[in-house]
Design a protein around this ligand. Structure first.
Ligand code: HAM
Length: 403
């Protein structure tokens, strides 16, 4: 038997119903904030992710589904959505539209060759948003508020962590200093030794307890911010306070992708296992320029759909539509005709099998239909439909609709 690849899953009902429920309602929320749908290819040039997500990240360093296509191009299945959206933004020259703001949302499959475990897949789905052209910190507040609104809508239990990762003014000298301090520490893990060279702040993200003990006393980014970053962070926290949005300032939060600056945030949930991040995002004001566009501030986040689906409960739906069943073989063609007529306007579940009334009523219940419509021997003779309202528990005979 051929099975799905490790870390890749089918989405069958009822999970697929949850997926649709999540997409529909999240789309409604982000549209209220002015976001429009964008779809970018699943496959992109590998260089796109190397330049955006960054060589120091685990994603680019270890987890890419990278291969050479038949035309000899070095390509990669997208490990995340932001890079493709930025590529599209630049390629479509939206960076050239003076003063314009663009807001996009997307959802779909992402691929990371990670070690699969609960909450961690190799093919997973994200719902993401990206906002371009707004440098003011109010947009950071708005985007966090929007993420919170989504999680609240689905009744998710979460905890918000925020941090500032500084900007081009305050970061370079901080990073140089950090690198020097890291160089004088022995015993860092191999990953941290690599991070020390490529993006030293990523050491704060290390899950290795020994590394955490070694770097415990090192200065954090948050304490070296320039005046502008400091002011923005203060406005952000004071506005979150005013909006009653609870948060924790986590000076170890650096995010696993290299493109971030200033605001970074993550929503984690204690209802999940070790992989507890439901959503993550932040500002990436330099990325458009890195990808050869005109400098444009930007911010976004993505929700891990599989992780959130685990915590969503579908609301109890009311019975809808009609279930059609026959109790005689000769009635099936007539049943089909009558059902087709109904289907023009109503949801119809049609059983082709001759069954007892009891079995059909059971089928109607399983299909969550409001009405069970039966043609038996007598009904066929008299050209009538027996119909039962499964909500009101009332039954009657009506004439065939199509003669
Ligand atoms: P990320 O933190 O790498 O950010 O991923 C966002 C979310 O995707 C995570 O919080 C998690 O819920 C989910 N996720 C990540 N990896 C896996 C996996 N292997 N299996 C299941 N779920 C996973 C980004 O991808 C950024 N592009 C977010 C962003 C948008 N930043 C700015 N704009």
């Amino acid at each position: 038997m051929i099975k799905a690849l490790r870390g890749m899953k089918d989405t069958l009902s009822p999970l697929s119903q949850k997926y649709n429920f999540f997409i529909k309602n999240t789309t409604d929320i982000v549209k209220k904030y002015g976001y429009n749908f964008i779809e970018t290819p699943l496959l992109e040039e590998t260089a796109l992710f190397k330049r955006s997500v960054g060589e120091s990240s685990d994603i680019v360093g270890k987890e890419m589904y990278q291969f050479t296509d038949k035309g000899g191009n070095d390509v990669c299945l997208r490990p995340e959505g932001t890079a493709g959206v930025v590529r599209s933004f630049v390629e479509n020259k939206l960076d050239r539209q003076q003063g314009q703001k663009y807001k996009f949302f997307y959802y779909g499959a992402m691929f990371r060759y990670e070690r699969p475990q609960k909450g961690r897949l190799r093919q997973f789905h994200q719902f993401g948003v990206e906002s371009f052209g707004e440098s003011l910190v109010y947009e950071d507040v708005s985007i966090i508020q929007m993420a919170k609104e989504i999680l609240d809508f689905f009744g998710i239990n979460y905890h918000l962590k925020i941090n500032s990762l500084g900007c081009d003014k305050c970061m370079p000298s901080y990073k140089d200093d950090l690198k020097t301090k890291l160089n004088s520490i022995d015993g860092l893990c191999e990953d941290c030794k690599r991070r020390r060279e490529t993006n030293p702040v990523r050491v704060f993200d290390c899950k290795n307890e020994n590394c955490q003990n070694l770097i415990h006393k090192l200065p954090r980014i948050k304490d070296s911010l320039c005046e502008s970053c400091q002011n923005d962070f203060e406005t952000l926290t004071s506005m979150l306070n005013d909006l009653n949005i609870e948060y924790e300032i986590d000076s170890n939060l650096v995010r696993g992708l290299d493109y971030y600056n200033k605001t970074a945030f993550e929503f984690v949930s204690s209802d999940l296992g070790a992989q507890n991040a439901v959503a993550g995002g932040g500002r990436y004001d330099r990325l458009v320029e890195f990808l050869d566009g005109k400098s444009t501030p930007a911010i976004g986040f993505a929700i891990g759909i599989e992780r959130i689906l685990d915590m969503i409960e579908l609301p109890k739906t009311k019975r809808v539509g009609y279930y059609f069943g026959a109790m005689e073989d000769e009635a099936i063609e007539e049943l089909y005709k009558q059902a087709s007529y109904f289907r023009k306007k109503e949801k119809v579940t049609l059983s082709y099998d001759k069954k007892s009334l009891k079995a059909h009523l059971k089928g109607a219940d399983k299909a969550n239909s409001r009405y069970c419509v039966i043609i038996g021997e007598n009904e066929l003779k008299e050209r009538k439909l027996w119909i039962k309202d499964l909500e009101l528990k009332e039954e009657k005979l009506i004439d065939f609709f199509v003669q």
